[in-house]
Design a protein around this ligand. Structure first.
Ligand code: ATP
Length: 342
């Protein structure tokens, strides 16, 4: 019987519950500090305790335990945030989806190249602080989860806000920031699953994010916002469910399919498994993508019992975690595990 493993964080509960629902064994690599949380859940069959997740790397203490569990490792945001490209490549257990594409979401230049290849409209980059003339968002490199990001409309405002964040220790003194036009609109994070077994793309759901403290600032009257000395940031705190106008769905599928095709051209074996295209709908209902995640996103946690979109395809509750486990189960039963892992 195949098994599913993941790191104890992010969406581990959903992934392992999904494994159990599909009749697979569930294995959790768990930092000792979090063991008491995860021991509450009876669907976790095996816990590999570690001091740090780096113990699953090639010469790490937990690598052998992971390997002998025979599990397919499901990567998520914590793995991407904590491990380098070389780390990810060194993991000996089979990784669900395409481990090589994870680097493309962490590296700003590679990320833009893949989004361009997929024909996704992206916000124009702003060359440097001196070029700021309209609303511009400054972002840190890597998956910073929105922490320390800020909006400014002139070089002077940029320098003032940057200096304040440096003084507060949020961003480093010489840290280079990436500048991009800020697109006002409705933020939407589009969740997909691509199955290399069936060659089909499934749209799984859409979520919105609650980001602190930019969301909080929007709730106070304009005069108080203007007099506030706060430099709001975009740290993700929670996700909530959304449904899109039905007329937007053709474009949603189109974008997902062109992303899958572009990935197959640039980073073999392509975008297999779960991924997310993240962006903004403007006043013309046009979507501009500022980001993608090439693996399961935490926003899928909202739909542990299925989403309005999975309900249209499956006659049973289908979470993203369960969909992953189903793909592994189907691949195993047709001796195609190599097609769904790297
Ligand atoms: P993650 O950790 O999720 O990978 P990240 O650090 O790569 O995030 P982004 O997802 O690019 O950061 O941006 C974080 C947040 O900043 C977004 O959720 C959104 O609220 C806001 N944002 C980013 N780019 C833009 C933009 N061009 N226009 C409007 N808002 C934006």
């Amino acid at each position: 019987m195949a098994a599913i493993a993941t790191l104890g964080s992010h969406c581990a509960l959903q992934v392992l519950k999904g494994a159990r629902d599909e009749g697979l064994r569930s294995v959790l690599v768990c930092e000792r500090a979090r063991e008491s949380l995860y021991r509450r859940f009876a669907f976790i069959d095996e816990i590999i305790p570690v001091e740090s997740f780096s113990e699953i790397l090639a010469d790490g203490a937990a690598a052998a335990a992971l390997e002998s569990s025979g599990a397919v490792l499901v990567p998520h945001g914590t793995l991407v945030a904590q491990m380098s490209k070389a780390d990810v490549e060194s993991i000996r257990a089979p990784v669900f989806g395409n481990r090589h594409i994870l680097e493309w979401e962490s590296d700003r230049a590679m990320k833009e190249r893949l989004m361009r290849e997929a024909g996704l409209p992206t916000p124009p980059a702003v060359a440097g602080p001196a070029e700021i003339s309209g609303m511009t968002i400054a972002k840190r490199h890597g998956a910073a989860g929105g922490k320390g990001y800020f909006v400014s409309s002139s070089p002077a405002e940029y320098e003032k806000k940057r200096a304040r964040l440096v003084a507060d220790g949020v961003i480093g003194e010489g840290e280079e920031l990436y500048l991009q036009e800020y697109i006002p609109g409705v933020l939407a994070y589009l969740q997909y699953f691509y199955s290399p077994l069936s060659g089909t793309l499934e749209f799984f759901g859409v979520d919105s994010r609650h980001e602190s403290d930019i969301d909080g600032l929007a709730r106070i009257p304009a005069d108080a916002q203007v007099s506030s000395s706060l430099t709001p940031s975009f740290t993700v705190i929670a996700n909530s469910a959304m449904v899109l106008r039905e007329s937007l769905l053709p474009r949603v599928y189109e974008m997902g399919e062109s992303f899958v095709e572009a990935s197959a051209r640039l980073v073999r074996p392509g975008m297999n498994g779960p991924f997310c295209i993240e962006g903004v709908y403007d006043d013309e209902a046009r979507f501009t993508a500022f980001e993608f995640s090439a693996r399961i996103v935490a926003g899928t946690n909202i739909y542990m019992g299925g989403s309005p979109y999975t309900a249209l395809v499956y006659d049973e509750p289908m979470s993203m975690g369960r969909r992953i486990a189903r793909e592994v189960r189907l691949a195993e039963s047709s001796s195609r595990l190599d097609d769904v892992t790297t």
